[in-house]
Design a protein around this ligand. Structure first.
Ligand code: GLN
Length: 188
């Protein structure tokens, strides 16, 4: 059975676990350093607050080991705040986290008032997909080797780069399991 670790220090991780379980995957929660010592085949970086998640990852001693695993090729699905954690560049914030994904993102890019909305967008390899945006970032630019999977209103909202899939929206809230299926398909 495929075993997926879900970062569970803050944010919308339970919804990812439910979706993965419904697809027959096993999940483990990463809450403390000893949790990352076990074997797992994939990693979910959920939505939430990237500043809080980044701080906790460092304080809990998980940051360096997870960064190494991502760099070594561990399949990762990152959503919203998770995208910010992966981004090499954040155009409106000083903080950097894993910086394993060669993209520039803008935090809270849709503004704080109109920050949350729903739309259907075309996702490469999947087709029309219901996208939930919650105080979301978008991707302002990517390096050429990054595969752009979706754009909404001229802004990049989904990319794939090697072992990393990163989305500005929340597939775990959509009721549509196709992105999680695609991710599981990339695991071992
Ligand atoms: N605004 C959050 C951040 O900058 C991301 C929001 C989300 O994950 N839904 O971290």
């Amino acid at each position: 059975m495929k075993k997926v670790a879900v970062l569970a220090v803050q944010g919308a991780f339970i919804e990812h676990e439910k979706m993965l379980c419904s697809l027959g995957a096993e999940t483990v929660e990463l809450r403390k350093k000893s949790d990352i010592e076990q074997e797992f085949d994939g990693l979910i970086l959920p939505g939430g607050e990237s500043t809080v998640q980044g701080k906790l990852l460092r304080e809990l001693g998980m940051f360096d080991i997870l960064k190494e695993k991502i760099e070594a090729g561990l399949p990762v699905l990152a959503t919203c705040a998770g995208l910010i954690l992966l981004a090499q560049e954040v155009t409106n914030d000083e903080k950097r986290y894993f910086a394993t994904l060669p993209v520039s993102v803008k935090r809270n890019a849709y503004g704080r008032q109109l920050g949350s909305f729903h739309c259907d967008g075309r996702l490469k390899g999947i087709g029309m997909y219901p996208m939930e945006f919650i105080r979301a970032p978008y991707i302002e630019s990517t390096s050429p080797e990054v595969d752009v999977l979706a754009e909404v209103d001229g802004h990049i909202v989904a990319v794939k780069y090697k072992n990393q899939i990163a989305l500005a929206f929340h597939p775990e809230l959509s009721g549509d399991t196709r992105i999680h299926e695609m991710f599981l398909g990339q695991i071992g």
